[in-house]
Write a new protein. Structure first.
Length: 293
């Protein structure tokens, strides 16, 4: 009798334990479908870059590479124009990253430590600047940079990319500085350290996760910029990868799809590899800045 009563209870326990497992299994299936949907454009770029233009125009399209050729990669690596675009992109991305880190540290520290009249309004202005689309800022920035005679230079792209990433970067650094105890600064002041020395020897080292986060964020924005590089620069020798490749390989009456995708893959793969190794710093910076002691 006891064994007969125990059997239904065991069956009920098994069925209740199997339901969460089934739900978890279906969730993995759903996430796998979404992942395939998101990765398909990357796969198609790689497949297209390994074909010739004549093979790409055939119907039905070839979903898998049959006659693999690396002629497009060899062509772009021997192209002085592509190497110029690559060099300009690296200079703009590195310059914007350094400038954004420098300004964000000082601005975030000022908003965190100095309470002055209008500081809350200024913080709201930084937040509101992040809400506007980039395309709405182009006309105003174009007229300002034209008055400063900065058009068709790499400096204008560095300033434009920095202005795009500054609102988020300043607010992130402000959050980090708010989480650092003021007692450390008071102890350093008693020992005779100036405010600048305290900032760069104590506060900044404790904010390394946030600095790494804004560095990666700004570098990605500057590297992927298309709008500013297309509107603020017209000299082909000063263009970056995104606008330069679109104007070089994609014409009005013809398009070198194999060369364009090969150039896109060559420009994206190093960035993806770097992001794979640095993404944990991005996550640490974004999560650590939201925790207060």
């Amino acid at each position: 009798m006891r064994a007969a009563k125990a059997m239904p209870l065991m069956n009920m326990t098994k069925t209740t334990s199997q339901k969460p497992r089934r739900r978890e299994g279906w969730s993995y299936v759903f996430l796998g479908i979404i992942l395939l949907f998101l990765l398909f454009p990357v796969y198609w770029i790689l497949v297209t870059s390994l074909h010739t233009n004549s093979d790409l125009l055939k119907l039905p399209p070839k979903w898998f590479p049959v006659h693999v050729t690396f002629s497009s990669y060899i062509e772009i690596l021997h192209s002085s124009v592509f190497l110029t675009f690559y060099k300009n992109t690296i200079l703009v991305a590195v310059g914007a990253t350094i400038l954004c880190i420098f300004v964000s540290i000082f601005a975030g520290y000022a908003l965190s430590r100095f309470k002055f009249r209008g500081s809350n309004v200024l913080t709201l202005l930084f937040l509101s600047a992040q809400m506007f689309p980039t395309v709405t800022l182009v006309i105003g920035l174009y007229s300002q940079y034209q008055a400063l005679h900065l058009l068709n230079t790499l400096y204008v792209l560095i300033l434009a990319s920095t202005s795009t990433s500054l609102p988020f970067s300043i607010m992130l650094m402000r959050t980090f500085f708010n989480g650092i105890s003021k007692d450390l600064e008071e102890a350093a002041e008693i020992d005779g350290a100036s405010r600048f020395k305290t900032l760069f020897t104590i506060i900044v080292p404790l904010s390394k996760p946030g600095i790494m986060a804004i560095a990666i964020y700004t570098f990605l924005i500057a590297w992927d910029d298309f709008l500013f590089g297309l509107t603020l620069v017209s000299d082909i020798g000063k263009r970056t990868l995104s606008p330069g490749l679109s104007l070089t390989f994609l014409g009005e009456y013809s398009a070198n799809w194999s060369g364009a995708t090969a150039a896109a893959a060559a420009a994206t793969i190093p960035l993806l590899i770097a992001f794979m190794f640095l993404q944990r710093y991005m996550v640490e910076g974004l999560t650590a800045g939201g925790v207060k002691e």
